[in-house]
Design a protein around this ligand. Structure first.
Ligand code: XCC
Ligand code: SF4
Length: 624
């Protein structure tokens, strides 16, 4: 059956995306949208999660004809196991990124690198003290060494709980203990998930789902939180600063370098290299006006939050950025980098360079980055980009938009500072109903949705209802491109939120960082709950991932729910083949952890659901 061709105006809400989709077509470049067409319709067994490949008596798939796998596993067991492994993959991604950050910090405090330093030693001391390390009168590097040991231990098996559980409200900690889901060690929970889901081990779907929650808590309050806190120590704790978004941040007369992935360790040193006067002079000599660095996805978020480096695009814009014909080099670290970038790059003069041994791409050149060679490698890559600039074909260049201004950098430290040092003004605004609640909109793009339509519509609907929006990951770029990350966007907010934003000079949507920085939202919820003497599940807050695609997003959603935050998803994970597992996700968890998932593709309806939940929580708190 011939598929009907997708119309470009149905593929994205953004003008820059539509222009590049048209150019991709003209240039004969295939994109994720084309490949989704080829993959549709998807396999029903896979979509429902009832296909099991956990041993070679199978693969088994559950149907009326064969209701049990060869071993006797039913759809509930299979779906729960698949979901458990799915979120373990996501937790592993964030947490291994966290581990890389510990190793980076280790190199710095051990004096084993000349290329990196501590940009925020005060934060190191503050976090160490919070975790019970003696800091008085001690050398920062000394404190740092002890902190490194403590973080490494959080990954192992000897702990009863990961360190940052000290931030969790008392009642929630008791609940986790009672349910047996206290996260003990990051690697331990992930490995145990793999163990439990081996054939013939955990064959009780609810029990597997509980361990899935524990595994994700080890991500949120462990791996991700460690990644965020160390990145602040090494590269600076973000504070409000201006930046720009969309493909218009590429410059026709400059050497354009994009960084893509998640971990800021490589991109921060690339930033130093593009500012090297010698290399700028070399770029000029080759006919460029200068060297322009911009970000993609979460590495982009990391650089934008801390350094104000502009953001070229989110997940579905990564191929389209190359289609501009103006990108010399994309330097990637890991996660969310489509392997197709290599092929798209081959259609232009664009080269893709990998930097981490755990993320090589066939067809891309590999420049291994270590804590010792980073600056040298970064300079080599900038030279490579300058050389590639001379190969650019100006006739094929089209930069399709003017960049949009945004305000970024709202770490919890910055929020507290904007509030005058205490949470009281925020809590008062919530009590008075000026801010009715807070929702974190996080996560990705997925070509199953019109690109960024759900992300943007949900945010607009929520701020109208006086709900403050916190944003991370790829949703940031979506909202930034339509102007929601500027203080002026308060005109789109309800009267109460408008008043608060006006008084503080902040946007109604606050950019709090990358995907691992969802840990900042956990911490903020915990701070507010502790201040009020309640549990996180009592707060008028919610989370949403309207256009998610990744294992990591599912892990984030699961730790949000297990932390007590009602969480909306635009499409379900592959669990619908089991009624037991679906019921646990959509209601059973509410009884256990005081929060659950809700699945709703329509962002207007999703806003109503989040609003209703927030109202219910407000009434229960006596501030309705
Ligand atoms: Fe990846 Fe973090 Fe999703 Fe964007 S948002 S597509 S996970 S880069 Ni986390
Ligand atoms: Fe089939 Fe059971 Fe093996 Fe899964 S574990 S493939 S259901 S026999």
């Amino acid at each position: 059956m011939a598929k009907k061709e997708l119309k470009i105006e149905d593929m994205s809400i953004h003008q820059d995306a539509m222009a590049m989709l048209a150019k991709a077509k003209a240039d004969g470049v295939e994109t994720a949208w084309d490949r989704l067409q080829q993959q549709t319709p998807h396999c029903n067994f896979g979509e429902g999660g009832v296909c099991c490949r956990n041993c070679v008596m199978g693969p088994c798939r559950i149907s009326k004809k064969g209701p049990l796998g060869v071993c006797g596993a039913n759809e509930d067991v299979i779906v729960a196991r698949n979901f458990g492994r799915f979120v373990a993959g996501g937790a592993a991604g964030h947490s291994d990124h966290g581990r890389d950050c510990i190793e980076a910090l280790e190199a710095v405090v051990e004096g084993k690198t000349d290329d990196y330093s501590l940009k925020d030693p005060d934060k190191l001391v503050r976090v160490a003290a919070e975790l019970g390390i003696k800091t008085d009168g001690r050398d920062v590097m000394d404190v740092g060494r002890e902190l490194v040991e403590l973080f490494f231990a959080d990954f192992g098996s000897r702990r009863k709980e990961v360190s940052f559980v000290c931030r969790v409200p008392e009642r929630r900690r008791e609940l986790w203990k009672r349910l047996g889901i206290m996260p003990r060690g990051v690697d331990r929970e992930i490995a145990e998930m793999m163990h439990r889901t081996h054939m013939g081990c955990d064959n009780d779907a609810p029990n597997t789902m509980l361990h899935a929650a524990r595994t994700c808590l080890a991500d949120g309050w462990g791996g991700s939180m460690i990644a965020t806190e160390i990145s602040d120590m090494l590269f600076g704790t973000p504070s409000p600063n201006p930046s720009k978004v969309n493909l218009g941040v590429l410059k026709e007369d400059h050497v354009n370098i994009l960084v893509h992935g998640h971990n800021p360790i490589v991109s921060e040193i690339i930033l130093e290299a593009v500012n090297n006067p010698e290399l700028v002079a070399l770029a000029r000599k080759q006919g460029a006006e200068g060297i322009n660095l911009a970000g993609l996805c979460c590495t982009g978020n990391e650089l934008m939050m801390r350094q104000g480096i502009p953001m070229a695009g989110n997940h579905l814009m990564t191929e389209l950025a190359i289609v501009t014909g103006a990108v010399e080099l994309i330097i990637v670290d890991y996660q969310c980098i489509m392997p197709s970038l290599v092929q798209v790059g081959n259609c232009y003069h664009t080269r893709i360079v990998t930097t981490a041994d755990k993320a090589k791409f066939t067809g891309a050149e590999h420049y291994k980055f270590t804590m010792q060679n980073a600056r040298e490698q970064a300079e080599k890559l900038v030279r490579l980009a300058i050389e590639l600039y001379t190969k650019r074909n100006p006739d094929r260049v089209e930069i399709p938009a003017e960049p949009v201004d945004i305000m970024t950098g709202f770490s919890n430290e910055a929020v507290l500072q904007a509030l005058g040092g205490s949470l009281t003004p925020l809590i008062d605004a919530i009590k008075a109903g000026k801010i009715r609640g807070v929702v974190g909109i996080v996560g990705c793009n997925n070509p199953k949705f019109k690109h960024d339509y759900c992300n943007v519509t949900l945010a607009r609907e929520l701020i109208k209802k006086d709900i403050l929006v916190l944003v991370t990951g790829c949703v940031t770029t979506a909202l930034g491109k339509v102007g929601l990350l500027m203080p002026d966007a308060k005109s789109e907010a309800g009267a109460g939120l408008q008043e608060v934003c006006g008084a503080l000079g902040v946007p109604p949507v606050l950019h709090v960082g990358s995907c691992v920085d969802n840990a900042r939202i956990l911490q903020l919820c915990a701070l507010i709950a502790n201040e009020l003497g309640v549990d996180i599940s009592d707060l008028p807050v919610g989370a949403s991932s309207p256009e998610w695609y990744s294992e990591k997003a599912a892990a984030i959603g699961t730790y949000a729910v297990a932390s007590g935050i009602y969480t909306h998803l635009g499409l379900p994970p592959n669990i619908t083949g089991s009624k037991v597992v679906t019921d646990i996700a959509l209601s059973g968890l509410d009884e256990l952890v005081g929060a659950c998932f809700v699945v709703e593709p329509d962002p207007v309806k999703a806003a109503e659901l989040l609003d209703a939940r927030i109202q219910q929580k407000r009434e229960a708190l006596g501030i309705g």
